[in-house]
Design a protein around this ligand. Structure first.
Ligand code: PLP
Ligand code: COI
Length: 363
């Protein structure tokens, strides 16, 4: 037993052998493999947070009546650790994830975890499993998944009294099989993800469960992701199933849907900050699907891309619905999209100046 920054570590008795770990790191896919350790902590009404520690990766033991299994009181985050060429390891804007985790907790009537503990717990897990952070080639990183869920066994309907916080880590490559080749987005007219007063602006399991039928429909239609529209008017563009959306116009605007019912993405915020360096004027406003389709036809919309921790910056090549299909620009990944993508990755991997102080050194 040792401690990293005050967090006790109980080391696994059966660490993954070096050769087996290297095999996983060389071709990680996304979210398939997990490191040897995990963070856990518990919270109880009247007692607060307790027992924050690192231990071996292991299954949870849960009562069948645990509230999370019935009423989905669960939230999560996603962020990555990047290995730089000098072998140092860095997180990208973990403070923003920490703040969003608190916002998500408040919205689902869950206990808040202070931001320092969130960042320190993520960093401590990365330090404990440091050999699992891949080399930078091929967009590889260690993906961190902090999450919290209601463990109290109770079938009545109210917020739980007992919760567990955990962080697990997974070496990952590209989220999309075709990576930077680009994606087709499917607009469902049957399934909505979020609406006014709902939970679209936070990161909770329920949002993703609600999106799965549309995601299945998208894949059946030959698309990689869903483009969700606001169900109130069936026209306001929201976001994709796992990423925020941007449009580049012929007159140099970089337009993204305004916040409200969409996730305030860390990547979205970062891309907005970088726009001017790419000669683009960032605009956050309502974007209509009708307007988007017209813009594609007229040549006003020249590029489109989706952004997120998992998606990085992925060009969108076409959007498609039950009664329409439109190609974006030339139908090839756009030049501006690729430049913004490279710029962001260069900052994250320490190859470009971190002018905004976004990087947080872990080890
Ligand atoms: N929107 C949704 C629905 C997401 O799942 C994600 C991914 O986390 C994003 C947007 C992008 O957010 P971020 O850039 O913070 O990863
Ligand atoms: C992320 O980008 O971190 C996400 O949470 C998306 C998830 C569906 C992999």
């Amino acid at each position: 037993m040792t401690a990293t920054q005050g967090i006790v570590v109980r080391w696994t008795a059966s660490p993954t052998a070096d050769a087996a770990r290297e095999a996983k790191l060389s071709s990680p896919g996304f979210g398939r493999y997990f490191t040897d350790h995990m963070i856990t902590a518990t919270w109880r009404t009247g007692r607060g947070w307790r027992d924050l520690a690192i231990g071996p990766l292991a299954p949870f033991s849960l009562q069948p009546a645990a509230l999370v299994l019935h009423y989905a009181q669960t939230i999560f985050e996603g962020l990555k650790a990047y290995r730089h060429d000098d072998d140092s390891v860095w997180l990208f804007r973990p403070d923003v994830n920490a703040r969003r985790f608190r916002t998500s907790a408040r919205r689902l009537a869950m206990p808040e975890l202070d931001e320092t503990t969130f960042v320190e717990s993520v960093a401590a897990l990365v330090r404990a499993d440091e050999p699992w952070v891949p080399q930078s080639t091929g967009e590889r990183t260690l993906y961190l998944r902090p999450f919290m869920f209601a463990t109290e066994p109770f079938l009545g309907y109210r917020p739980a009294t007992d919760f567990r916080y955990s962080v697990i880590a997974s070496p990952v490559g590209s989220f999309f099989a075709d990576g930077v080749q680009g994606a087709r987005l499917w607009v469902s007219d049957r399934f909505a993800r979020a609406g006014r007063g709902g939970t679209g602006a936070i990161k909770c399991g329920g949002n993703y469960a609600a999106g799965l039928a549309a995601q299945k429909e998208a894949e059946e239609q030959g698309c990689q992701q869903v483009l969700h529209v606001d169900p109130t008017d069936g026209d306001t563009v929201a976001e994709s199933g796992a990423a925020n959306l941007f449009v580049v116009t012929a007159d140099g605007l970089l337009v993204t849907p305004e916040l409200g019912t969409i996730l305030p993405g860390v990547t979205r915020d970062s891309v907005l900050a970088l726009a001017a360096e790419h000669g683009l004027t960032a605009v956050e406003r309502r974007v209509g699907l009708g307007e988007l389709r017209t813009g594609c036809d007229s040549g006003e919309v020249v590029e489109m891309f989706s952004v997120g921790t998992a998606a990085v910056v992925t060009p969108v090549l076409a959007i498609q619905g039950a009664d329409f299909s439109c190609r974006i620009g030339t139908g090839e990944p756009g030049e501006r999209s690729l430049h913004i993508r490279e710029h962001l990755l260069d900052i994250q991997y320490g190859r470009a100046a971190d002018r905004y102080g976004w990087l947080h050194r872990v080890c």
